[in-house]
Design a protein around this ligand. Structure first.
Ligand SMILES: C[S@@+](CC[C@H](N)C(=O)[O-])C[C@H]1O[C@@H](n2cnc3c(N)ncnc32)[C@H](O)[C@@H]1O
Length: 213
């Protein structure tokens, strides 16, 4: 089997997308690198996210954790920029797909179901908080946000909400994210890193959160 076929076989085996990954043969995020760019994806926003991250965080030789990395597309993109990257997700099959793509592109990414790092330079935490709220409640989601914030100097956070009603009933507006971060975490400074429009035409914001003001 070619690496693309191997990835496709794994994606075909995923049937449960209830935690926010994708299923039934579709990658969560596109792999915008040939030949993996041909794989069907729920979202084709990997490059948009990477462009924002690259603009606001120095990546070369930095230690970066991508928490809730799904099929590892953003994770691999960070590694291609020279970061030492760890991708964590609760869904092992998603990580298996990421491993094949990373190996094939010749980049070193540590994919795992558990975050074992004590501290890293940056944590990428995109569109996971909302799903944790949905499945485990607000208290658990805020505790996860706090724990990640305590483990890095810079947190890039997308709460996963848009202000137009497709936020899974989470009940948080984009404009309320700074208050959430400043209340729930030791972060002292939060600013918009950038925005992108997702495949559903929902404007999404990535926030840069810093320990120091
Ligand atoms: C909506 S996707 C976001 C993927 C990626 N961060 C991105 O924006 O491209 C959410 C991912 O978070 C993962 N996830 C949900 N709860 C998690 C948890 N407690 N720990 C680690 N991963 C989790 C899901 O399995 C899913 O792959």
């Amino acid at each position: 089997m070619t690496p693309v076929e191997q990835v496709q076989t794994i994606l075909n085996s995923i049937t449960d997308d209830s935690l926010g990954g994708s299923a039934n043969g579709v990658a969560y995020q596109d792999y915008p690198w040939h030949p993996f760019d041909a794989i069907p994806a729920a979202f084709r926003t990997t490059q948009r996210k990477l462009d924002i991250i690259k603009r606001v965080v120095r990546l070369k030789e930095k230690t970066v954790l991508d928490f809730g990395c799904a099929n590892g597309a953003v994770t691999i993109g960070l590694a291609l920029e020279g970061a030492k990257v760890y991708g964590v997700d609760v869904e092992p099959a998603q990580l298996g797909a990421g491993r094949i793509v990373a190996r094939s592109l010749g980049v070193d990414v540590q994919f795992s179901t558990q975050a074992s790092l004590a501290h890293c330079d940056a944590i990428i935490y995109l569109s996971v908080w909302k799903w944790t709220v949905r499945h485990q409640g607000r208290k658990v989601a805020d505790a996860q946000l706090r724990r990640l914030s305590e483990s890095c100097d810079v947190l890039l956070f997308d709460a996963g909400v848009g202000d137009c009603g497709t936020d899974l009933g989470v009940g948080l507006k984009v404009s309320e994210v700074p208050t959430l971060v400043l209340r729930a975490t030791p972060m002292a400074n939060i600013a918009k890193a950038g925005a992108f429009v997702d495949n559903n035409n929902i404007p999404r914001t990535i926030w840069k959160c810093l320990r120091q003001s």
